[in-house]
Design a binder for this molecule. Structure first.
Ligand SMILES: Nc1ncnc2c1ncn2[C@@H]1O[C@H](COP(=O)(O)OP(=O)(O)O)[C@@H](O)[C@H]1O
Ligand SMILES: [Mg+2]
Length: 605
């Protein structure tokens, strides 16, 4: 099961065998830390030997002190115990510190690799990523891997060896008694396993609920304005409370199973002790067991209980870890579909006075099987000209931008920039040549300066200020509490819509790309803001090839050519005057706009 909600329509699940997964885990994440892992194992081996020594020491201790009553040993023996305990402590410290740092570094590596892969996903796949689920798996699967690795190392280095050494001590003291006690081991193992299963199931379900809860939380926070405006606080509260309650239910299930494990193990341990005592009495009556042997045997047996319990968990952590590794590797292995072709060249742009031209030749594209979003579009944006795409919503205007940016690849036809097919040039050079301004500009929760500087890495302060000035943003920025250093808030929400848009325009200005795409850049703004932003845009357009999608036709009256789109095709084209004269769809849309608003006032976004 792929618990990370990644739609994978094109990449098949590469169901790797468990052995292959473990091999890869060892190679990719432990290989580089082999030295540390070996040291950890050695420390743990040392600790196991010390534990065995402790149990074995009890025999001479009991014998010397209680039977032979040897006074010289009175001080020596406690001293010996202290030394053993100190050495064991040192080994434990080294083993545990090394082991856990390996584990935490693996978490960090896995998370880095997961994100590295995610950020390169195609837009389509990124759109479909369930953010809350991703975050909870991002945190959780990496932790499961850590558990499997650390418990695995500890299991190999410590628990198994301790159990074996202690068993050796027990057999050495009395082998018949050892057999009597070993009988209980499978029972302990079995109960631990079935409890582990219950815990795992509860954990899995609570993980799913955690993911859903975090998605709901993000949604409510993202939609805070709607929540407030529509007085949906009660509804939001109800949704979150339900999520919290569902999560709690599974958490408690897990807590109960976990709480049961200790007393149950103690009970079984007690049973084993009782069985051994019973048999020991029988052995003693027949003169086959001395009390000091019994003391050492009991010590070894009691000391063996914890390692055995840990070993029985090893199975469940390992299977969980393998499940997590499967999901993590699936995510990491998911490759973007839209990549540079082998031998892709840098896009060669014509030098400034010539400018850059864009051309679509009979381009077809559909997002899904069925009706195409773009059905045979041919259009041309000559160098330095402004062309407009208008038409009803859903006509395919934004899709044309998506194709030009290669967010998606066209199904057929050709898209050219200065005569070069965009599918044959590198993505980086293609996207460098385009600046996109959308209806809802996105700002990162950083300073205004940083948000503008995203347009061009390494821009100087003077360039940033100049870009802001041209974008009519400099004045309001300097009036902000910290000027260019003002942090804009999540999504830029501390700025007004018009201010955000002007910051975005300054960013595009700094990018200084020869092609400019405006997707309803002013349609979310009121008239006053629209005028300011429009002026900034006009300055931005100067000398660039501009494709503009306009909600309001007044903003495209001066376009060199207007394409009227409908249902994925070009219905009409021409200048404003030509299209009005034609009396078609454009003329009707234009008339309607002026009937509704005199001349143009705020329009619903
Ligand atoms: N990411 C997407 N996945 C699936 N279908 C989409 C996607 N984006 C747009 N569409 C569909 O493609 C068609 C054209 O959409 P779009 O280009 O956004 O139209 P416009 O920008 O002209 O309003 C519509 O039918 C729309 O539902
Ligand atoms: Mg659109």
């Amino acid at each position: 099961m792929n618990a990370v909600e990644m739609p994978s329509p094109k990449t098949p699940q590469n169901g790797q065998g468990e052995l292959a997964l473990i091999t890869r885990l060892l190679r990719d994440y432990i290989g580089g830390r082999l030295g540390a892992a070996i040291c950890a194992v050695l420390c743990m081996v040392g600790s196991a030997i010390m534990t065995g020594a402790l149990a074995k020491l009890l025999e001479p201790i009991t014998k010397e002190l209680f039977t032979d009553k040897n006074p010289t040993l009175l001080l020596l023996i406690p001293l010996g115990v202290v030394v053993v305990v100190i050495v064991r402590g040192a080994f434990d410290y080294g083993g545990s510190a090394l082991n856990n740092s390996i584990g935490q570094s693996i978490v960090a590596d896995v998370q880095r690799d997961m994100f590295r892969s995610l950020i390169r996903y195609d837009l389509e796949r990124l759109n479909a990523v369930h953010s809350g689920q991703f975050v909870s798996h991002f945190l959780y699967d990496a932790t499961l891997l850590r558990e499997a690795v650390t418990k695995g190392i500890a299991g190999l280095g410590k628990e198994l060896l301790t159990a074996i050494i202690l068993l050796g001590v027990m057999i050495n003291e009395n082998w018949r008694l050892s057999i009597a006690s070993i009988v209980t081991v499978p029972i302990v193992g079995w109960t631990a396993r079935s409890l582990g299963k219950r815990m795992r199931k509860a954990t899995k379900q609570s993980m799913k609920e955690t993911g859903e809860l975090s998605t709901s939380l993000m949604e409510v926070l993202d939609g805070r304005r709607i929540v407030k405006a529509y007085a949906l606080e009660g509804h939001a509260l109800e949704r979150i409370e339900t999520g919290i309650a569902r999560r709690l239910k599974f958490l408690i299930k897990g807590v109960r199973a976990r709480a049961l494990s200790q007393p149950l193990a103690d009970f079984l341990g007690g049973l084993a002790v009782a069985a051994v005592v019973l048999y020991a009495g029988y052995e003693s009556l027949h003169g086959r067991l001395e009390y000091y042997q019994f003391a050492s045997f009991m010590a070894a047996m009691l000391l063996a209980q914890q390692p055995i319990r840990n070993l029985s968990q090893l199975w469940s952590v390992t299977t969980e870890g393998i499940g997590a590794a499967q999901r993590v590797f699936d995510l990491i292995d998911t490759k973007p579909q839209i990549v540079d072709r082998p031998g892709a060249k840098e896009l060669a742009l014509a030098p400034p006075p010539l400018g850059t031209a864009v051309r679509f030749k009979d381009v077809r594209f559909s997002y899904h099987e069925g009706a195409p979003a773009v059905a045979g579009i041919t259009l041309e944006a000559p160098a330095g000209k402004k062309i407009a795409l208008v038409g009803p919503s859903g006509a395919g205007k934004s899709t044309i931008f998506n194709l030009l940016l290669r967010f998606y690849d066209a199904d057929s036809g050709r898209i050219e920039i200065d005569g070069q097919d965009i599918s044959t040039v590198t993505m980086a050079s293609l996207r460098r040549s385009i600046a996109l301004v959308t209806q809802e500009p996105f700002l990162f929760d950083e300073s205004v300066r940083a948000n503008i500087a995203y347009g061009h890495a390494g821009a100087t302060e003077a360039e940033i200020v100049e870009a802001a000035q041209t974008a009519a943003a400099h004045e309001f920025i300097t009036a902000l509490p910290n000027g260019y250093d003002t942090i804009v808030g999540e999504g830029g929400l501390r700025l007004s819509g018009g201010q955000r848009q002007r910051v975005a325009i300054a960013r595009a200005m700094l990018r200084n790309a020869p092609i400019l795409l405006l997707d309803e850049a002013t349609s979310a703004l009121d008239t006053e803001n629209e005028r300011q932003v429009q002026e900034a845009l006009n300055r931005l357009m100067k000398g660039r090839t501009t494709l503009v999608i306009a909600h309001r036709l007044t903003t495209v009256l001066d376009a060199d050519r207007i394409y009227v789109l409908s249902e994925g095709g070009v219905l009409e084209q021409g200048t404003h005057a030509e299209l009005i004269a034609r009396g078609g769809l454009y003329a009707r849309l234009y008339q309607r706009e002026f009937q509704d608003n005199e001349p143009v006032s705020a329009t619903a976004g």
